[in-house]
Design a protein around this ligand. Structure first.
Ligand code: HEM
Length: 426
């Protein structure tokens, strides 16, 4: 094990999460291509067919539809009045104990007010202040330690680095580093709570609730301490304690429950995206070489990797009223699966959708979502990925796939990524 950092609990939780959301090993993009042509709005549960759970499983008494085209995905995600997210409180939210600030599960004014309070902290003007720390962390805490090894599984960096970054952004004390990974493992266990089988889901919910309560206690302490100090620091916790919008502020409990969800939302998404981005580059030595020598291309490579291989293939909404998508009637209460992996490759809005081409000019992808719930952490994720890839290029010269190890494969019906990325360098 080449790095100082290691956590069996985190590695196990990450692998279990991947297995839970992997489903059938099929070419999801080929299936989606056919659906866009033959049944762009499908009546039925596409994700269940792929044998993977989603938030939609909480409302099985309602019909489920799946939407494959770019334009239909855009309409559903943009119209949060007709297509709501409140059901997430009973689904994923219930694995977090169901209380507190679960922004993903908020609708209307409640969501708008909460998002306004949180948003400034996540905008580039603030996030860019953390860039130097991301560069330092990738190099000094990780890659410098393995330079002489000349080979590694890149995920021994990619799994741990986003977790460290998220805790540093939050302002957790440095001496708690070892515990970060245990907390992150707890977050992943909660995410893995959703199961296809209702009996299994119930059991997982009990376990997740226990873990979730424990995680909350740990975070609450940090928030209360920062409030008591009257801290004017720049970390996320201190900023959220000070945040105010139209005279309203967040309570300690709200901040703590929000931060607890970030432990899950902010780490593994970035890890998985790092695994896919590096895999796509390593599979294309010419592009890899170009990126190494033309660093200004890296943001476009990240954007294209995010389009081409979204970390989550689906976003789910519930119809609040009787409505219609692409001529198909959607009764009130129906669950709507927005298949973003399909929308991101819709030939109706882009040329050569199955080609990985960072020079392309296409409409934005939906990997970070769209509309009011669009990922609040996207600037953090992109900056983090850019810092990681630059550090890899600077410190691991002529990096390439290890010919003696299995080549990385990007897999998964709901959550996608490569499990291991074995590389060598000069
Ligand atoms: C590559 C990495 C990431 C991806 C692909 C991703 C993806 C997403 C998506 C698709 C949504 C919208 C969900 C929906 O519409 O139902 C979302 C929301 C959110 N993300 Fe991310 N995310 C990433 C990284 C992060 C990071 C680093 C953070 C925090 C530091 C974060 C925090 C959040 C939060 C708080 C929300 C809820 C926003 C709301 O409901 O208004 N994400 N993310």
């Amino acid at each position: 094990m080449p790095f100082a950092d290691h956590s069996d609990a985190l590695e196990r939780a990450y692998r279990d999460l991947s297995a839970n959301y992997r489903g059938m090993d099929v070419d999801i993009y080929e299936i989606c291509k056919e659906k866009r042509q033959t049944e762009p709005v499908m009546k039925g549960d596409f994700m269940r067919w792929l044998k993977v759970p989603t938030h939609a499983d909480v409302r099985q008494k309602f019909e489920t539809f799946a939407v494959f085209k770019y334009e239909d995905n855009r309409k559903v995600l943009a119209d949060a009045k007709t297509f709501t997210s409140g059901f997430i409180r009973d689904g994923l939210g219930s694995f977090f104990g169901g209380d507190g600030l679960i922004i993903l599960a908020m609708d209307g004014e409640e969501h708008k007010k909460t998002r306004s309070l949180l948003q400034p902290v996540f905008m580039p003007a603030n996030v860019n202040k953390f860039k130097a720390e991301m560069d330092r962390c990738a190099r000094e805490d990780f890659l410098n330690h393995i330079v002489d090894d000349k080979k590694a599984n890149l995920m021994n960096f990619g799994l741990y680095y986003p977790v460290r970054i998220i805790y540093q952004l939050m302002g957790f004390p440095q001496e708690a580093t070892g515990k970060f990974y245990d907390y992150a493992a707890m977050g992943l266990k909660i995410l893995a709570g959703q199961k296809l089988d209702p009996a299994e889901a119930e059991k997982a919910r009990e376990e997740a609730n226990a873990v979730s309560g424990g995680l909350l206690d740990l975070v609450v302490d940090q928030v209360a301490q920062r409030r008591a100090e009257g801290s004017d620091n720049n970390d996320l916790i201190s900023q959220l304690v000070r945040a105010a919008h139209e005279g309203e502020q967040l309570t300690d409990h709200e901040i703590a429950t929000f931060l607890r969800s970030l432990v899950a939302a902010g780490g593994e998404t970035t890890s998985r995206t790092f695994s896919s981005t590096m895999t796509l580059l390593l599979q294309r030595p010419e592009l890899l070489d170009r990126a190494r020598n033309e660093r200004s291309l890296i943001p476009a490579i990240i954007n294209e990797a995010i389009r081409f291989e979204p970390v989550a293939t689906v976003k789910v909404r519930q119809a609040a009223v009787d409505t219609e998508i692409g001529g198909v009637k959607i009764p009130a209460g129906s669950m709507v699966q927005c298949i973003v992996a399909s929308a991101n490759r819709d030939e109706a809005v882009m040329e050569r959708p199955d080609e990985f081409d960072p020079d392309r000019k296409t409409p934005m992808s939906f990997t970070f979502g769209f509309g009011p719930h669009m990922c609040i952490g996207q600037f953090i994720a992109k900056l983090e990925l850019e810092a990681a890839i630059n550090a890899v290029f600077d410190l691991l010269p002529n990096i390439r796939l290890d010919p003696d190890k299995p080549a990385p494969e990007i897999k998964g019906g709901h959550l996608r990524g490569a499990g291991d990325v074995y590389v060598i360098w000069d």
